[in-house]
Design a binder for this molecule. Structure first.
Ligand SMILES: [Fe+2]
Length: 111
């Protein structure tokens, strides 16, 4: 895998054609609206799939962005379930959750 592939965010373009590889890396996001902020509940993996969390292969971080601006980021160790509830304040423009796998790069979900 080249450096450019590692840093390029991978998105599922079409859920009907999504592969298991894509599904188990992609952030699943539940969004709850509030008057002054938004709660974004994030887990990794869609359709009931989950990602390994071992020394050799794991989700190292999950971050939430507004456009290119990183708003918050959490790190995970082997054995820790990669999930987190983010809270972001208004205003925001284009919110994206990204997850980084040490072997497969960054996967994103627009919310
Ligand atoms: Fe992976």
């Amino acid at each position: 895998m080249s450096d450019s592939q590692e840093t390029e965010v991978q998105f599922i373009e079409n859920m009907e054609e999504a592969t298991e590889y894509q599904l188990k890396h992609t952030p699943a996001c539940k969004v709850e609206g509030h008057p002054d902020s938004l709660i974004v509940r994030v887990k990794i993996g869609l359709n009931g799939l989950s990602h390994p969390q071992t020394e050799e292969h794991l989700i190292e971080w999950i971050a939430i962005f507004d456009g290119d601006q990183e708003l918050d980021k959490v790190f995970f160790k082997p054995g820790q379930t990669p999930e987190f509830d983010f809270e972001i304040a208004y205003p925001y423009y284009q919110t994206i959750v990204q997850a980084y796998c040490n072997l497969h790069g960054i996967f994103g979900t627009y919310i």
